[in-house]
Design a protein around this ligand. Structure first.
Ligand code: M6R
Length: 606
């Protein structure tokens, strides 16, 4: 079984019981998985409550808050193989129920370990790889090791990826933890310490964090933190994050997705704060490279495609966009003269990390564009550009897409300046104009929302939709289609508008939604014939365009966005109506856009 999961652990002298804190943390980690949940606390002995289902459902049945104890661990799970059942839910325990463990990742050698432990008389209850960790710890404790040594030995036997938190009755004040390739952060509060897959899980308790690195393990109590790597003690690197707990909450919106759509002006403002030196360093790296390769998955890939179109139009170089999971087919093109721009909101997407690991062996330079400080991707890269969009909880990426596109634009502008393609005056003018972007986006969101809501009601029963565009608008159409698919479960296809006549148009019948991303650029006239051919077959034409477009009179609905001061506004403002259209279509269909079926926010498996 493999998982994408969230874990949280807490030891506190400040609270009567840690169970409510763990439950609150789980609710903020549900984006990492939500098919089963469980909590273990240690009072006089270990007490465990767990079951299959979303947190609210399990809580209704088991009243998770009621667990006693000032120390505990908790888990929310997302299974990709095998049924989500109560037995397979974490925490997992050893034979004597003296050890409990939660884990995110994959123990690749769990079958060998399990076989060994069975030969020593251990009895297993679940089908999971995780359970071996609890039994292995028990095995070393039985051999007379103290808890720390038993934990060290346990971890040293594991192959694969893991973020682990472990409770043992043999050492009731401490939580043991270890990290390799799966994210794990420690929160340092007054009289209470935490470990979690992500900072928002404990952000209401503390803003002081230690981002653990691969190979680190240790323990914490309510007042002590010990970390080591390769047997040598490591001084905790405590940093203070500036996110408020409210930023990680819904802030009055019915869903995180809508809240995050509305947060885009603020997120863009933060992205604009990036230091020019950071952009300059990357621009120089790009200009000194023979080849530039963009890589990412999902929404981040669409942002990369925008970057690809933008750089292709400006630079005379070999430039290639590659979906990260396809990396093995492109490796031979990548060498020491290549800079790879790896884009990942989470910085933890396994496909991206594997791509990066592969191209590093070929001496390529790595630039990361990510939202998560200290993420695995950031640590692998020689240069990192942080979007600073704040935590994104909704599974559907929204504010991080516009942040990534803005980052691509900033990078392109600086690169053009260094290449002598624009003068200093032009450079300053375009940079200054971008300062207005957040307030324009804020206006766009407010003005298009009512129309998006109305159109969503009209298309909510559609089985399929097309998203059409030309040239550099195609990535935005692709992103619009992905949003509709993933949260409204309506089949949506994006392709270059001129392709319709080669097949797809056969699907068009009365009321079939055809959404055109068609700003007033050089392709406007050519798009007109595509609009007409779709309309002639009964297609419902929905347009994203700008004032006085020749297309408006042919459309059933038009989102007319402001004529942009700079072409760099376009992808960012054009995606807004498409994000809202998907959101309202999902809610009109009675779906929860924050928890789309079969998806997890961070995909740490390949
Ligand atoms: O964290 P990342 O940006 O690497 O995630 C990549 C994709 O998994 C992600 O964009 C996914 O496609 C989202 N569900 C899109 O809304």
């Amino acid at each position: 079984m493999i998982y994408v999961c969230g874990i949280i652990a807490c030891s506190s002298q400040r609270h009567q019981r840690v169970a409510p804190i763990l439950k609150a943390g789980l609710s903020r980690l549900e984006y990492r998985g939500y098919d089963s949940v469980g909590i273990a606390t240690l009072d006089a002995s270990l007490i465990i409550k767990k079951d299959a289902g979303k947190l609210d459902e399990v809580d209704k049945k088991l009243v998770l808050d009621s667990l006693p104890g000032k120390i505990g661990i908790a888990h929310t799970r997302w299974a990709t193989h095998g049924p989500p059942t109560s037995i397979n839910a974490h925490p997992h325990v050893d034979c004597k129920e003296g050890v409990a463990v939660v884990h995110n990742g994959i123990i690749e050698n769990y079958i060998e370990i399990k076989t060994f432990l069975i030969s020593k008389g251990h009895a297993f209850k679940s089908d999971t790889d995780t359970e071996v960790i609890a039994h292995l710890m028990e095995h070393h404790l039985n051999e007379g090791e103290n808890s720390l040594e038993a934990f060290r030995k346990t971890i040293s036997s594991l192959k694969g990826t893991y973020a682990i938190a472990l409770l043992t009755a043999s050492d009731p004040q401490r939580i043991y933890f270890a990290k390799k390739s799966s994210p794990l952060v420690i929160g340092v509060g007054e009289g209470a310490l935490f470990a979690a897959s992500d900072i928002p899980a404990f952000l209401d308790q503390t803003k002081k964090v230690v981002v653990l690195r691969d190979g680190e393990l240790g323990y914490f109590s309510s007042s002590e933190l010990y970390i080591e790597k390769d047997g040598v003690q490591v001084k905790p690197r405590i940093t203070t994050v500036n996110w408020t707990p409210e930023m990680a909450q819904k802030g009055g919106f019915p869903h995180f997705m809508l809240k995050e759509i509305y947060e885009q002006p603020l997120a863009l403002e933060n992205t604009l704060k990036i230091r020019e030196e950071s952009l300059e360093k990357v621009a120089r790296l790009l200009l000194s490279s023979e080849k530039i390769v963009f890589t990412a998955c999902g929404t981040s890939f669409h942002a990369s495609l925008w970057g690809y179109h933008e750089f292709l139009r400006k630079l005379d170089k070999f430039i290639l966009p590659v979906i990260s999971s396809e990396y093995s087919h492109y490796l031979h093109l990548i060498d020491e003269n290549t800079t790879v721009i790896a884009v990942s909101q989470s910085g933890e997407t396994m496909d991206v990390l594997k791509f990066v690991a592969g191209v590093k062996k070929r001496d390529a330079k790595i630039v990361a564009i990510t939202n998560v400080v200290g993420s695995s991707l950031a640590r692998e890269a020689s240069e990192t550009l942080y979007m600073q969009a704040g935590p994104e909880i909704g599974v559907a990426a929204t504010k991080t897409f516009t942040g990534q596109v803005l980052m691509m634009n900033l990078l392109s502008i600086v690169t053009q300046y260094f290449e002598g393609l624009i003068t200093h005056q032009e450079y300053q003018k375009v940079m200054r104009s971008l300062a207005e972007l957040p307030s324009i986006i804020s206006r766009v969101i407010r003005t298009v929302e009512p129309r998006a809501r109305r159109i969503a009601n009209e298309i909510k029963r559609s089985k399929s939709a097309f998203y059409l565009a030309r040239g550099h608008n195609i990535p935005v159409a692709m992103e619009g289609a992905l949003k509709l698919k993933e949260i409204a479960y309506i089949h949506a296809e994006a392709y270059p508008a001129g392709e319709s006549k080669h097949g797809p148009i056969a699907l068009v019948e009365p009321d079939f939604p055809v959404i055109f991303v068609a700003p007033r650029d050089e392709d406007e006239r050519r798009i007109l014939s595509n609009v007409q051919e779709m309309k002639a077959r009964g297609g419902k034409i929905i347009l994203v365009t700008e004032p006085n477009s020749i297309l408006i009179e042919h459309a059933h609905h038009s989102f007319v966005l402001p004529y942009p001061r700079s072409i760099y506004y376009r992808p960012i403002q054009n995606i807004i109506p498409l994000q809202l259209l998907s959101y309202f279509t999902a809610t009109a269909r009675g779906l929860d856009p924050d928890k789309p079926r079969n998806l997890a926010k961070t995909v740490t498996v390949d």
